[in-house]
Design a protein around this ligand. Structure first.
Ligand SMILES: [Zn+2]
Length: 467
C-alpha cells in the first residue's frame, strides 16, 4: 500500500486514499489473491496439503478464529506463525500507541485525545506484519494482567481515576490489536481468564480490578490444544469453545516419505563439515519407521504422542555416530549403519512417555521398535528366499563380526569370501565406497537374523552373526 511515498501523518494517509479494513477482511483478501496466483500458502509444511491446509483456508475465508487440535510436534506452532504471511506487509498505526491503533478508528483514549489536539498532523508509523503476531503458553499461574492488562499505579498516583482507561497498563492481547494472537495449550488457561478472554473477544470490554473498560479490539484469535484436554469436559468454558469458528485437527506424517522429507528439511546442519556424509535410503526409512511404529505402540503413551522431532533427533544421532567412527578411524565418508542404531536410546528416551513406569523398560521398548523397523524395511527391499545361497554358507560354518567401530575395509574381505553377497548389497548401494558396502552388509545380516535365518551373539561391543 502506497510504498512509493509512505504517509507520515493522518492527513497524508487520507490524501493517499487509505481505507482501513479489519484483520479478517485483510487476511481473506490476501489469501484469495494468493490462491488466484496459485501461490503456496504454507511453504515448508509437509503432508498437510489435502487435510489440514484446506480447513485453514476455509476458516480464513470465513473470518473464523481457529483452534488447532493435535499431539505434540505436529507443526501447529509453525503453521500459526506462518499465518502472518496472510497479513499486509505493513499497516499504518498511530505513532506511540500501545495497542497499534488504526489512525482512522482509534480505540484508546490517549490517541483520541491526541487527534483532537493535532488533527491531520497526528503522526503515524508503519508496522511490519512480523510484529503483528503474539503468542502465550497457557499455564495455571498465568494472570489476567499478563493477558489483558492491569491498572498502572504510577498513573493512578499522577491523579487519574481507576476507572479511567488512561490508567491501564495493557497486557498481551490488547498489544496484539490488529494482529494475530495465539494461546498455546488453551485448556490450561484458568477459568476466570477464559471468561475474561471471552468477554474481551465477544463484547469488546474487560473487567480490570472490578472496573469495566471498553476495548473493542480487532484480533484474530488462534489457539492450540491437545485433543484429549480439549474434549475433556470442563476444561474449556462452553461460550469460549463456541467462539472458535473452526476446529482443525492436525496429524503426524501419514507416510514414511513425508516423515523423511520433514527430517531432511529440519535436521540441524553444520557448515563446518569437511567430512562427507551420506545416509543410505534404507537407513532413513528405518529411522522414520521406528517413529511410525512408536505411534501405534501400546507401550507408549499415545496421548503425549511421538513427535517428528524423534525422527529428526534419531537421524542426527546415527549420523553423528557415523561421523565419530569416520573421524576416529580415519575414514573418508561417514555412513550410518545398523550398528549405529543402539545409540538412538539417547535421542528417543526423552521424547516418548511409557505407559508403565518401570525404568528398565524404556531400553527394551526402544530396541524392540528398532528391530521391528529394521525387519519391516528389510522385507521391503528383499525377499528372504533370495538369500538361500548365503544362508547355506553360514550353515556351513561361516560367521561374521560387525561393530560400530569396525573399519569398512574389514568388511570388504567378507564380501569377497561370501559368494553372492555383493549381488544382494548392490541393490541398496549407489557407489563402490567401502563404507557404503559395510552398511549394506550389516543391513543384510541383521535382516537375515530378524527373519530367524541367522543367529546373533554379542561379545563386548562386537556382534557376531552365524549359524
Ligand atoms: Zn491508541
Amino acid at each position: 500500500m502506497a510504498k512509493q511515498k509512505k504517509a507520515k501523518t493522518i492527513g497524508e494517509l487520507k490524501k493517499a486514499g487509505y481505507r482501513p479494513v479489519s484483520i479478517r477482511e485483510e487476511m481473506r483478501r490476501n489469501l484469495i489473491a494468493a490462491l488466484k496466483k496459485g501461490q503456496k500458502i504454507f511453504p515448508g509444511i509437509i503432508g498437510f496439503d489435502d487435510t489440514v491446509i484446506p480447513q485453514i483456508i476455509n476458516a480464513v475465508i470465513s473470518g473464523q478464529d481457529i483452534i488447532f487440535l493435535g499431539e505434540r510436534g505436529q507443526a501447529k506452532s509453525r503453521i500459526m506463525r506462518l499465518m502472518v504471511n496472510l497479513l499486509d506487509e505493513e499497516i499504518p498505526v498511530i505513532k506511540g500507541c500501545e495497542i497499534n491503533d488504526d489512525p482512522f478508528n482509534p480505540i484508546c483514549r490517549a490517541c483520541r485525545e491526541m487527534i483532537e489536539k493535532e488533527g491531520d498532523d497526528t503522526e503515524i508509523v508503519w508496522m511490519p506484519r512480523s510484529e503483528r503476531y503474539g503468542e502465550k503458553l497457557a499455564t495455571p499461574d498465568i494472570a489476567i494482567n499478563d493477558l489483558i492488562g492491569d491498572v498502572d499505579p504510577i498513573k493512578v498516583a499522577e491523579g487519574r481515576y481507576l476507572s479511567d482507561e488512561l490508567t491501564i497498563h495493557y497486557g498481551l492481547i490488547p498489544r496484539a490489536n490488529r494482529g494475530i494472537f495465539c494461546i498455546n495449550e488453551l485448556p490450561d488457561l484458568p477459568e476466570r481468564l477464559q471468561v475474561g478472554l471471552f468477554n474481551l473477544m465477544e463484547e469488546g470490554d474487560v473487567q480490570i480490578r472490578g472496573y469495566r473498560i471498553r476495548l473493542p479490539l480487532d484480533v484474530l484469535l488462534v489457539a492450540s490444544a491437545n485433543p484429549e484436554d480439549y474434549t475433556n469436559r470442563g476444561r474449556i468454558i462452553t461460550p469460549l469453545k463456541d467462539r472458535y469458528g473452526a476446529q482443525v485437527k492436525t496429524h503426524y506424517p501419514t507416510t514414511i516419505e513425508d516423515e523423511i522429507t520433514i527430517v531432511e528439511a529440519e535436521r540441524r546442519q553444520f557448515s563446518d563439515d569437511d567430512l562427507e556424509c551420506y545416509v543410505p535410503r534404507y537407513m532413513k526409512e528405518i529411522i522414520a519407521e521406528i517413529t511410525h511404529l512408536a505411534r501405534s505402540s501400546s507401550d507408549i503413551n499415545q496421548r503425549s504422542g511421538v513427535s517428528v522431532r524423534t525422527s529428526i533427533a534419531n537421524y542426527e544421532t546415527v549420523l553423528s555416530n557415523a561421523i565419530r567412527r569416520a573421524v576416529t578411524i580415519g575414514e573418508k565418508v561417514a555412513i550410518p549403519r545398523i550398528s549405529d542404531l543402539p545409540y538412538i536410546q539417547a535421542s528417543t528416551g526423552g521424547k516418548i512417555e511409557l505407559e508403565s513406569f518401570e525404568e528398565t523398560k524404556e531400553d527394551k521398548v526402544i530396541s524392540d521398535l528398532t528391530r521391528r523397523a529394521v525387519l519391516k524395511v528389510f522385507n521391503r527391499y528383499y525377499d528372504i528366499d533370495e538369500f538361500q545361497g548365503i544362508i547355506n554358507q553360514f550353515n556351513g560354518g561361516f560367521s561374521v563380526e560387525t561393530s560400530d567401530t569396525r573399519p569398512a575395509k574389514a568388511y570388504i574381505s567378507i564380501a569377497r569370501e561370501m559368494i553372492g553377497l555383493t549381488d544382494m548389497t548392490n541393490r541398496v548401494v549407489d557407489s563402490e565406497r567401502p563404507e557404503e558396502l559395510a552398511a549394506a552388509m550389516e543391513f543384510a545380516f541383521e535382516g537375515l537374523h530378524l527373519n530367524k535365518k541367522l543367529n546373533k551373539s554379542r561379545s563386548g561391543d562386537k556382534t557376531i552373526y552365524g549359524k
